[in-house]
Design a protein around this ligand. Structure first.
Ligand SMILES: [Zn+2]
Length: 86
């Protein structure tokens, strides 16, 4: 049995203080404004992890609730951990 304790790492970029009402809505190509978040998980082998144990690395994916197209924020703050998003 493998232990998975402490396997999650979250990138939490600091958010600037802004008035949310003034911000632009993200709209999908299909016109939908509702998105949902799913996650893929990468498994970091014990040999490559800092702790020497296998770890799970979550990759959050945002998709349109209507057409299922993945939302790609090119200008978003990138996580420095260098996960290869495809
Ligand atoms: Zn859509």
């Amino acid at each position: 049995m493998n232990r998975r304790d402490g396997g999650l790492r979250r990138g939490r970029p600091e958010q600037p203080k802004v008035d949310i009402n003034t911000l632009e809505d993200i709209v999908c190509e299909c016109g939908e404004k509702i998105f949902t978040q799913l996650a893929r998980f990468k498994k970091i082998p014990a040999l490559m992890s800092n702790t020497g144990k296998e770890q799970l690395y979550p990759i959050i994916i945002t998709i349109c609730a209507e057409c299922g197209k993945q939302l790609l924020l090119q200008d978003a703050v990138k996580d420095s951990s260098g996960g290869g998003l495809q």
